[in-house]
Design a protein around this ligand. Structure first.
Ligand SMILES: Nc1ncnc2c1ncn2[C@@H]1O[C@H](COP(=O)(O)OP(=O)(O)OP(=O)(O)O)[C@@H](O)[C@H]1O
Ligand SMILES: [Mg+2]
Length: 318
């Protein structure tokens, strides 16, 4: 018998605009996230991929309730995240965490590693003796030994610092982590080590990840599901295998073509999309101006179509 359990995280019709200009005559907004919906199952890694400025970090921050959406709903363990308050909100904070792109700026340079990893435990009122045990466990689980605890961030390599950031993110035993480009600032060989570490943590500790990257290559190495973002909108989402081997949206197809097949970590640069000379259309498909196959109908907004495990934003698919 098939049992259906609800997803760990469910994002429904999320939209967020930023105020970019304001004077006494008018306010101007920029729509950073537009009607985004997807689920993350328990013990699953979902890859969120898109070029710079496409709204990836904004989505990560929205899910963790670090910023407020204009529209939409977020559920974590069936609880409405946006209405969490007091004790329940604190519990949500304990059960979720984030790893940032650049460990040089995300770790406080004046604190020793011990204090950096201990801090979340202090915030959540763990007794001192218990904290020490948990800090040591977290640093070991992140692949470093105890001697690092007595050092400062400046005494560590980039990869080691990112391991410390991961130790800090797992020290409270979270169920869900947003990993926002955690490997982008690292050398290729170190990137692979961090990807392996994240994969191991997912398996051993049942952590679900939203793994954010501009690099479909990297996302493909560890995601079970992939969400492809362009200008704040989902172009395509579905099982990773289907997205990688049978991309349906023209944008995803271009991203896949730009990955050199011979080496899994030579970057498929998302910024090298061929520029198509076409005026953007208001209220049409957001990919219209850069789409190699656009037709007249694409001057109107497409609806999402379901094709197998995939859901695609394109008039010309299906
Ligand atoms: N606080 C803010 N105020 C105004 N605009 C913002 C703010 N934060 C982000 N933006 C804009 O929203 C858009 C999406 O930003 P976001 O940081 O989510 O993109 P991203 O996909 O994470 O990009 P990157 O790959 O460069 O990190 C960008 O155009 C950005 O300039
Ligand atoms: Mg970002």
């Amino acid at each position: 018998m098939e049992t259906h359990s609800s997803p760990l995280i469910s994002v429904k019709n999320l939209s967020k605009k930023y105020l970019v200009k304001k004077n006494f005559l008018k306010k101007e907004y920029f729509k950073a996230v537009d009607n985004v919906s997807f689920d993350i199952e328990k013990n699953q890694t979902v890859g969120l991929v898109g070029e710079s400025g496409s709204g990836k970090s904004t989505i990560g921050k929205l899910i963790l309730k670090l910023i407020q959406p204009d529209e939409g709903e977020i559920y974590f363990k069936d609880k409405d995240v946006l209405s969490l308050k007091g004790k329940e909100e604190k519990e949500f904070r304990r059960e979720t965490s984030i790893i940032f792109q650049d460990p040089r700026t995300s770790l406080n340079p004046r604190f020793k590693i011990y204090k950096i990893i201990e801090e979340p435990l202090e915030v959540h009122n763990f007794p001192k003796e218990e904290r020490k045990e948990k800090v040591i466990k977290a640093i070991k689980d992140s692949g470093l030994d105890e001697t690092f605890l007595d050092r400062y961030p400046s005494e560590l390599s980039g990869g080691q610092r990112q391991r410390v950031a991961i130790a800090r993110a797992i020290v409270l035993d979270p169920d869900f982590i947003v990993a926002d480009e955690p490997t982008s600032a690292l050398d290729v060989s170190v990137q692979l080590q961090i990807i392996n570490l994240i994969n191991n943590l997912k398996e051993k500790k049942n952590i679900s990840f939203l793994f954010i990257s501009h690099d479909l290559n990297v996302v493909g190495l560890l995601s079970e599901k992939i969400v492809v973002l362009y200008k704040g909108k989902i172009m395509e989402k579905g099982n990773a295998k289907d997205i990688l081997f049978n991309p349906l949206h023209p944008y995803t197809q271009i991203l896949i073509q730009s990955i050199p097949p011979e080496s899994p970590l030579q970057r498929g640069k998302l910024d090298k999309i061929p520029e198509i000379e076409r005026e953007p259309v208001e209220n049409g498909c957001v990919f219209y101006s850069r789409c190699p196959i656009a037709e007249e109908i694409c001057k109107t907004e497409p609806e999402y179509k379901k094709v197998g495990t995939q859901e695609v934003y394109c008039h010309l698919v299906g």
